[in-house]
Design a protein around this ligand. Structure first.
Ligand SMILES: [Fe+2]
Ligand SMILES: [Fe+2]
Length: 200
């Protein structure tokens, strides 16, 4: 008998109990913030399925604390080429595969947004951009800063502000540590900066 498909709301209820089983409490706190910001930014910036944005935020880091073997097993099984993807971004690529494999949920927009939340991508959809910015506002780094309130307001006014800040901070941090920077992150930096300049 074919299982009746769950609605997005039912998947949210499901993952609200499932995700905490895979991450630490601190990571779960971050995830809840990202889900909240994703829905809020979706509503403000006209993404037609704000609950799907919430769900993407809720699931984006589900494999963040998994061992390397788990990521690579999924990439082999789903034939995903992750050549050139830095280790800190592997969880973004494995999370939608993990969810598909273990829970049977698949949605291409959801997959793309989760996959792009660390590096960005050269052709980001509105949902990709929302989750990318939400991951920044919901980060431990932002939560500790006084600027958070101002950055949240600016990201609500213009989504590219949050996108730019995340790409800028990522690049600065990687340069400080003399680490490689993925071209997608440079692209995201240039693309958001260009959009900000056009708007002001
Ligand atoms: Fe992440
Ligand atoms: Fe995250």
């Amino acid at each position: 008998m074919k299982e009746i498909e769950k609605t997005i709301e039912e998947w949210i209820l499901f993952f609200e109990t499932e995700v905490p089983k895979h991450v630490t409490e601190t990571r779960w706190d971050h995830i809840k913030r990202v889900a909240f910001y994703s829905e809020e930014l979706a509503l403000i910036h006209g993404y037609e399925e704000p609950k799907k944005a919430y769900l993407a935020g809720l699931c984006h880091d589900i494999t963040k604390q998994k061992k390397m073997d788990i990521h690579y097993e999924l990439f082999i099984e789903f034939k995903v080429n992750t050549e050139g993807i830095p280790s800190q971004a592997l969880h973004a690529y494995s999370a939608p595969l993990f969810i598909n494999k273990h829970f049977g949920f698949f949605d291409p927009e959801f997959q793309s947004a989760i996959q792009s939340h660390t590096l960005g991508n050269p052709n980001p959809s509105l949902l990709d951009q929302i989750v990318y910015a939400a991951d920044f506002l919901g980060s431990d780094y932002c939560q500790r800063l006084q600027e958070l309130k101002d950055w949240t307001i600016k990201t609500k006014e213009n989504l590219h502000f949050g996108i730019f800040m995340k790409a800028f901070k990522t690049i600065s941090l990687l340069m400080e540590k003399k680490e490689m920077i993925h071209p997608y992150t440079f692209f995201t930096y240039n693309f958001s900066l260009q959009s900000l300049k056009e708007n002001f």
